[in-house]
Design a protein around this ligand. Structure first.
Ligand code: PRP
Length: 179
């Protein structure tokens, strides 16, 4: 375990098992269709790679990068598109793939932007959901794990851009972010 991690919340095996279930559920729900999975970078890149391989269907992928401005660990309502999608989403069945749904600010904004481009449907798939922290009315359609309000890192999630490469999800030691 990394020295800055206090506790492992989900092991590699926990993640693998749950993502397999999510993939099977999505494949069943979208049978006969070709969904377009949109990864919201950067945090979702590892989840996206594993989730798409767990969906036994034809699908396409695209990527978007957004940043939200806020002090420290809380995102603000202001979101900026840093990298837009490469393809048109008109008439497509979109599944937005996120690593974590927290205040909901990012997806609240993004849903508005994407809806205006007239997709056939939009659903949200998030690996982790922190409903306690929500300030915007956003609900995910597929949730890997509902988690308490702890500072978590790993499996794509960072603190100051570090720890994304940890293969598990862990709770960061408070001493790392409270100096
Ligand atoms: C994280 C996460 C979501 C967003 C969720 O991204 O990937 O996009 O925060 O928070 P919210 O519900 O409060 O808006 P972050 O801004 O940390 O960027 P990153 O994906 O590059 O790590």
């Amino acid at each position: 375990m990394h020295q800055d991690v206090e506790q492992i919340l989900y092991t590699e095996e926990d993640l693998r098992r749950r993502i397999r279930e999510l993939g099977a559920q999505i494949a069943a729900d979208y049978a006969g269709r070709t969904p377009m999975l949109v990864s919201v970078l950067r945090g979702s890149y590892i989840f996206m790679a594993d989730l798409t391989r767990a969906i036994d269907l034809d699908l396409t992928v695209d990527f978007m990068a957004v940043s939200s401005y806020g002090a420290g660990t809380v995102s603000s309502g202001q979101v900026e598109i840093k990298k837009d999608l490469s393809d048109s989403i008109e008439d497509r069945d979109l599944i937005i793939v996120e690593d974590i749904l927290d205040s909901g600010n990012t997806l609240y904004y993004l849903m508005d932007v994407l809806r205006a481009r007239k997709p056939a449907s939009i659903r949200i798939c998030t690996l982790m959901d922190k409903p306690e922290r929500r300030v915007k009315p956003i609900t995910a359609d597929y949730v890997g794990f509902t988690i308490p309000d702890a500072f978590i890192v790993g499996y794509g999630l960072d603190y100051a851009e570090k720890y994304r490469n940890l293969p598990y999800v862990g709770v960061l030691k408070p001493s790392v972010y409270t100096q």
